[in-house]
Design a protein around this ligand. Structure first.
Ligand SMILES: *Cc1c(COP(=O)(O)O)cnc(C)c1O
Length: 418
């Protein structure tokens, strides 16, 4: 990528951007919520749609001059509806958290009850956590995982829902590595009369490639970020399903009103342009192979690490990520993250369910394969990466770290991003 004008006019920002690009090229990005958007997506993001004010929706804007913006937003909507098989979508959410906020605003009043997965078990902040809007302005209750099986505790989902009668139920997670039984949640939501929202921010790329079941037949609303496994720009989709419209024929309209004027002003139409590009890419045969390879790679990584005595939380993985308990290796998640970063392997420290350590120094690290798979890495490379991780975490010494850094640099140079 050239960025000639940027280089000319603001060399400080240009230099930082170049350094960031070099950092990306020479490190293994194993943060499961990250990915590399294509050059086409990045070009759409820098398009002149950035400049336009378009408050409102296609055909009903509060500003003039929106003939092409309208066509663009409709194109983006149509692509999303087709790809996910839904009758309604809003493509204006600035990101995943505001998109979820819009779901609350469309379905609840302040103080109403919401049920989500406990953050400490793998849920997201916006599913009712106390420091987040969702826990501050709504009454939140949680389900978690079963201590014995380490799987999502479906019986608890039913028990809490029947006792607390939430009006909105979230299913979806940020660090849970197993499949989610959407059908079970629907039965519970129907029994207690709640709206059911599937937040597939992490797994939407797997869903469209057929590597994870789709929640669309079961949920009323489906939200997703567009920048994780879907590999697009930062952004979000809020979809309403046939089920959702059956439950409430105005649900789409309520979502639109919650996004604008409820929570946001002018939509970021350059972002909508880039989402449209990402959706076209995600409809391709090669993306479908990509999603399946992400899961295959993750499985190999988990198996290799498991064989070397690393405890894989949730007893393995069925998606793009895994959570590792480092307790038996004598390092905290924070120390593990720092050791690996020095060796060029980027992961994030993460609490594990029933963690006895505080969130700043949790017992685990979370890692995943979406970005490495985008680079073209396959099972062979995963085996190599696993052995590098084992080496660094077990030996911990400077010599191993320095040696690994060189091996990582070499491996990365064989799989260029751009
Ligand atoms: C990442 C994520 C979000 C929030 O997305 P942001 O774009 O970071 O606001 C919401 N829900 C889940 C499940 C996520 O993983």
């Amino acid at each position: 990528m050239k960025y000639e004008n940027l280089k000319d006019q603001d060399v400080e920002v240009y230099n930082l951007s170049e350094k960031e690009r070099e950092r990306k090229e020479s490190n293994l990005d194993m943060i499961p919520s990250e990915n590399y958007a294509s050059k086409a997506v990045l070009e759409a993001l820098s398009s002149c749609f950035n400049d336009k004010y378009a408050e409102g929706y296609p055909g009903a804007r509060y500003y003039g001059g929106n003939q092409y913006v309208d066509q663009l937003e409709i194109l983006c909507q149509e692509r999303a509806k087709k790809l996910f098989s839904v009758p309604f979508v809003n493509v204006q959410g600035y990101s995943g958290s505001p998109a979820n906020h819009a779901v609350y605003m469309a379905t609840l009043s302040a103080g109403d009850k919401v049920m989500g997965m406990d953050l400490r078990a793998g849920g997201h902040l916006t599913h009712g956590w106390k420091v987040n809007f969702s826990g501050k302005y709504y009454d939140s209750v949680f389900y978690g995982i079963n201590k014995e099986t380490e799987l999502l505790d479906y019986e608890e989902v039913r028990r809490v829902a029947e006792k607390e009668k939430p009006k909105l139920i979230f299913m979806g997670a940020t660090s849970y590595s197993r499949k989610i039984d959407f059908k079970y949640f629907k039965e519970v939501a129907d029994d207690v009369g709640a709206y059911l929202c599937a937040d597939i921010s992490h797994i939407s790329g797997l869903v469209v490639s057929g590597a994870h079941e789709s929640p669309v037949p079961y949920a009323d609303i489906v939200t997703t970020t567009t920048h994780k496994t879907l590999r697009g720009p930062r952004g979000a989709l809020i979809m309403v399903t046939e089920e959702g419209l059956k439950k409430d024929k105005d649900l789409g309209e309520k979502i639109n009103k919650a996004v604008f004027p409820g929570l946001q002003g002018g939509p970021h139409e350059h972002q909508v342009a880039a989402i449209a590009v990402c959706l076209k890419e995600a409809s391709s045969e090669s993306f479908s192979e990509y999603g399946k390879q992400v899961v295959k790679n993750c499985k190999v990584l988990a198996e290799e690490l498991g064989q070397k005595g690393f405890r894989i939380v949730f007893n393995g993985t069925e998606n793009h990520l895994l959570l590792i308990d480092l307790t038996s290796k004598g390092v905290s998640g924070k120390e593990g993250q720092e050791l690996l970063e020095r060796a060029g392997i980027i992961v994030n420290k993460n609490s594990i369910p029933f963690d006895t350590n505080p969130p700043a120094t949790p017992s685990g690290v979370r890692m995943g394969t979406p970005a490495l798979t985008t680079r073209g890495m396959k099972e062979e490379e995963m085996k190599q990466v696993a052995s590098l991780i084992v080496d660094v975490i077990e030996k911990k010494d400077d010599e191993t770290v320095t040696k690994t850094r060189e091996v990582v640099r070499n491996l990365c140079s064989k799989f260029p991003i751009y």
